[in-house]
Design a protein around this ligand. Sequence first.
Ligand code: PCA
Length: 215
Amino acid sequence: MKTILLTGFEPFGGEQINPSWEAVKRFNAIKVDGYTIVIAQLSCTFMQAGNELEQLIEQYQPSIVLNIGQAAGRNTISIEKVAINWIDARIPDNNGNQPVDATIISGVPDGYFSNLPLKGIMGRLNASGIPCSISYTAGTFVCNYVFYRLMHKINRENLAITGGFIHIPLLPNQAVNNLTQPSMSLETVVQGINLILQEIIQPSEYVPTSSGTIC
Ligand code: PCA
């Protein structure tokens, strides 16, 4: 049976929870369309998180890898397009490291594109009433780092993996501590992840339309 690797992160930045892990936990040992889902929580630390991900890929040989992370301030499920070979940490990671202006791996490409069916995912979620957009920056912290390590491994080793990164908003019970932050309920996020997996497994025929990004 084929495997889907679904990862979320541990809490960081003073939060008690990370919505990505709260959502990913719901998929423990679930089967979807002939795939078994394996879930894992990644550390919110440079280096360690990337090593954990590589180890999981080697152990489970997944054909789909979806890394999910929290992005405060986002008001949609954001399907990331680009992983960049750069770190510029705004806050320390969970090991207290805060690299600034550093390449992730030297001498390799500046960036990679996700190979998820981005527009199909966006179309399917929005048609189901779940706000979803394509994002052209995954930031310069641990999420972009893990996304870069994933895409670098897929490309360098020519792996048959459909993989990419999804950022999700805060949960309502996190946003009450800062009322200017948008939020999305856990149920909506979980439904969104289900639809993302369905779109990856059986892509719909979508008519290309712009994601609406200007500039
Ligand atoms: N979000 C952070 C790292 C872990 C997470 O959930 C980020 O966007 O980089």
